[in-house]
Every structure is written in C-alpha cells, then in structure tokens.
Design a protein around this ligand. Structure first.
Ligand SMILES: Nc1nc2c(ncn2[C@@H]2O[C@H](COP(=O)(O)OP(=O)(O)OP(=O)(O)O)[C@@H](O)[C@H]2O)c(=O)[nH]1
Ligand SMILES: [Mg+2]
Length: 480
C-alpha cells in the first residue's frame, strides 16, 4: 500500500538510537522534537505497519464545552462519556470500542490514564472512537493529553461550538492532525436551528480553515453542522437524527473500502513528519556535540587552573605547619575547597552559555558531596605509598626510629621548601633526592586527580557523548 515503508524492526532500532541521545544541552525544543520522533516511530508507525488492517483510532477533539462527549454519546445512543456544564468535564480519554484496541494504543496506555468502555452497542466495526479531554487538560509532565492521543490516532473528528471554533487552541489541534496527514471531519455543534444561520457560520469556519490550507476550498459543505437540540438526561445524548451526518462520517471511515486509504494517509503523513523531525534531530546532535565542547572546554580550564594553584600553594609551603598528624586532613580540605571554587566558576559560565543546565542541579555550584571523603582516601594511599617507598630506600642498618625520622622528613620536605631536618637525616636525604621528588610529584598527581574526579559531575550532566555512527542510525533508511 505504501511504497517501501521502513520495517517495524528498523523503526524500533531507530527508537533505540533516539533514546540513546539527550538534547537537553541544546534546548528544550530540540528535546521535544526528539521525543516526538520516538513516539511517531515507536508508538504509531511500528505497531501500525506491523498490522495495517488493525482497527483505526478516531480521536474526537476540540475546545472544552464544544460538545465532544455529547456527540460521542449521541452517535452511540449510550452514555459513553460524561458530558456536563463543568469545564473541563472530560479529564481522561474514554475509548468507545467493542473491547479490543489496536496496538497503537499500547504506548498510549502507559503514558496516560483512561478507561476503556466495553460497549453493549459497539461502534461500527473496524474503529475505536476516543473522546478526549480538552487541550487545557495536561498529563503529569505538562503535555496536553489530547496531543498524545493525536500522536497515535488514524483519523480525527474535530468538534467545536458555534462560539469557539476560531480559537487558537482549536486551530492548533486541527494543524497537528494535518501535520500527520490525518483525515479530519470538522463538526460545528450547538448551531442555531435556522438553516441560513448555520450556513453562514459553517461558511465562515470553512473560509478560516481554507485560509490555513486545512481544507482544500472554502466550501461550507465541508463542515458538518449539528443544531442545538434537547439532550437526554439519561444517555446525555441528542436524538440520533440530530447527529445523523456525523454518524455517517464515522461509518464512512469505518467502511472496509476506505480504511486502507485512511491508514495510508496517516502512515504517509507520519513518515513525512518523522523524516522532518529526524533531519532536525541530526542537526541538533551536531549542535549538541559542538555545545559539549563549548561547555567542557571552560570546565577543564577552570579545574586545571585551580589544580595548578593548589599544587603551587602546597609547594610554596602553605601547609608546612599543619603537623604530620593533620597532614591528610589539611591537604584534603585544601583540595576540596579548590574543587568548590572550580565548580562555582564552571557553573557560572554554564549558566551563561546554556541556561537551564545547571539551575536544576544546585550542587554544581560547589564541590561534590563525596569530594572530601574521596580526597582523604586518595591522599591516604599517597601517604602509604611514600612510606613504603621510603622504607624500601632506607639502609638496612637503620633502626625503626631512624627510619621513621627519614619518612617524616620526606613527607615534610614534599610540602615545605624550607624544611631543614637534622644533619644526619639531611645527609641521608641528599643521597636519595628522588624520594622527595617522587613524594612531591605523586602528591601533585593525587591533587590533580581529586579535582578531576570532582569535575566529572559536569560531564555526567551532559549525558553520554554520542557515538560516531549515530547520525546514520537517525534515519528511516539505514539498513538494520
Ligand atoms: N441543549 C444542548 N446542550 C448541549 C448540546 N451539545 C452539548 N450540550 C451541552 O453542553 C455542555 C458541554 O458538552 P460536553 O459534551 O460536555 O462538551 P465537551 O466538549 O465534551 O467538553 P469537555 O469535556 O470539557 O472538553 C453539556 O452540558 C452538554 O449537555 C446540544 O446540542 N444541545
Ligand atoms: Mg467531554
């Protein structure tokens, strides 16, 4: 039916590739586009292309109070969905079905609440009709629930009252359906009973839709009109005659002859939307890689500078007077303080370069929670190593005390350029100058390492770097 659509397997690996990337550093709009591509490919196209003859999903959408629920009840002549004077009335989608739903519904069920109705009088065979909440009803992440349904629907019935059909929100819904190539029935509800007036309102709506290229021509007959009529308190429905044309529209969509065409239009439209999104996402991935360098470069410079200052101050003897029992503590606090300064400077730069990235993680404005403990561990290993080295290098004949004096002297010399041991230890040190040198160098390595480990929090914030072949994977054409 559709020329060479991607296989469901191909679509699923595309979704896996989309899930491996994180575009938060590029911006929220880029991230939203990545999510939409994953939903179009994984929640609509993959299940739909696995079974093109499965039931089609018709979403009934429109502004609050337009009478969506009333229209669904009227077609069913049963109380499928509560309708009423409260705005909004429908807060969860309600599906009118014989109990079975197509696989395109699976993803939806994990994302939104909603009850399914097993109907005594099921809808025409081959369709599921979904009554949706109005656009102002959001899910827990702030996305309108109706948009999520439009992402997996195959066709749409747009319903608006005589007063709100020209709302921006209303057009946004129709435009979203059009972007996906969904056949859309336009219904104006609660119209005055005078046919001439109905005609004028329908013509105005048609003109507005045609101006936005949402219908092919500004013809009033392209809009289905429903006159205001009495609503049964029992079924919350209008008389069947009142909605005869909408019922016919739905039956026409359910016709086994027309369903394949509807699915083909929705699949073609979704593929077009998906390839546009994928092209944009590929661009965002490249922007993201550039952004990563832009953000990581100053971070590395800040940490390198602080490490350099820390090592210089230690070598100048700033910690010379802390005493050997407090040496590790003194060095750990100094390193942690420097890590905090580097973090703050980096976070301030990132705040300028990529607003939103650091604000949600206030910890990034100071050293990491585990940095002091990690510094103590690392410096403890350094101390043990140097003691071991000095022990091995001290002459056999040295007794315990003399050896201890030599070790203490090596440690002290590594943090105090003016260290002057007693003359015998000094002579010993002079014969093994590499001991002090190695203690100093290894200490510098550990201090650098402490700061570098602290800086990894910034790398983590950016998520994993993208792999080289991700750009080819982000396409519907790549081979599986
Ligand atoms: N008398 C009369 N009342 C109607 C008609 N169509 C809708 N209503 C009333 O208008 C109000 C809103 O209708 P609903 O069907 O709840 O509208 P909705 O579009 O589902 O609203 P939300 O669920 O909030 O999005 C209800 O009180 C209906 O009874 C009609 O043709 N005649
Ligand atoms: Mg409703």
């Amino acid at each position: 039916m559709i020329d060479h659509p991607p296989s469901p397997d191909r679509l699923r690996s595309l979704v896996a590739a989309l899930e491996r990337i994180d575009l938060l550093a590029v911006g929220e709009a880029a991230e939203a586009q990545r999510c939409r591509a994953a939903i179009t490919a994984g929640h609509y196209l993959a299940p739909r292309l696995s079974d093109e003859s499965d039931k089609i999903v018709i979403a009934v959408v429109g502004p609050s109070g337009g009478g969506k629920s009333t229209i669904v009840n009227s077609i069913a002549q049963r109380r499928i969905s509560d309708a009423g004077p409260l705005r909004p009335t429908t807060s969860e989608p309600v599906a009118w079905t014989d109990g079975m739903v197509p696989a395109t519904f699976d993803g939806l069920r994990s994302r939104i609440p909603g009850s399914l109705v097993d109907s005594l009088r099921p809808p025409p065979e081959g369709v599921v009709v979904v009554d949706t909440p109005p656009p102002e009803v959001l899910d827990s992440s702030g996305v309108p629930i109706v948009r999520q349904i439009l992402e997996v629907a195959d066709a749409v019935v747009f319903v608006a009252g005589a007063t709100r059909y020209a709302d921006a929100d209303a057009f946004a819904l129709i435009e979203m359906a059009a972007q996906r190539g969904l056949p859309t029935v336009m219904v104006l509800n609660r119209l005055p009973t005078t046919p001439e007036l109905q005609q004028v309102i329908a013509a105005d709506f048609a003109a507005k839709l045609a101006a936005r290229r949402l219908i092919p021509r500004p013809a009033a007959e392209l809009v289905t009109t429903v006159a205001e009529g009495p609503v049964s308190p029992d079924t919350l429905a209008l008389a069947p005659e009142a909605v005869a044309r909408v019922t016919k529209d739905i039956e026409a969509m359910a016709d086994p002859q027309s369903r394949p065409g509807i699915v083909a239009a929705a699949v073609t439209g979704s593929l077009r939307l998906l390839s546009g999104d994928l092209a944009a996402v590929r661009g965002h991935v490249i922007d993201g890689a550039v952004r990563r360098v832009e953000l990581l470069d100053p971070m590395r410079a800040m940490y390198r500078d602080e490490a350099r200052r820390l090592i210089a101050e230690v070598r100048r003897g700033k910690l010379a007077s802390v005493g050997s029992d407090r040496l590790i503590e003194g060095l750990s606090s100094a390193a942690t303080r420097r890590a905090g300064l580097a973090a703050r400077a980096t976070a301030e730069i990132w705040h300028e370069l990529a607003p939103g990235l650091v604000e949600q993680v206030p910890d990034l404005f100071g050293h990491g929670a585990g940095t002091l403990a990690a510094a103590r561990d690392r410096l403890g290993f350094w101390l043990a190593d140097i003691e071991e080295l000095a022990r091995r290098r001290s002459p056999r004949r040295f007794g315990r005390r003399k050896r201890r004096r030599l070790i203490d002297s090596v440690l002290q010399a590594s943090i105090d350029p003016r260290h002057s041991p007693d003359s015998r230890t000094a002579r010993r040190l002079a014969t093994t100058p590499e001991l002090v040198e190695s203690a100093r160098d290894r200490l510098a390595d550990e201090l650098r390492g402490i700061l570098e480990t602290d800086s990894l929090r910034f790398v983590e914030r950016l998520g994993p770097a993208v792999s080289g072949n991700i750009l080819t994977e982000l396409s519907t054409e790549a081979s599986v």
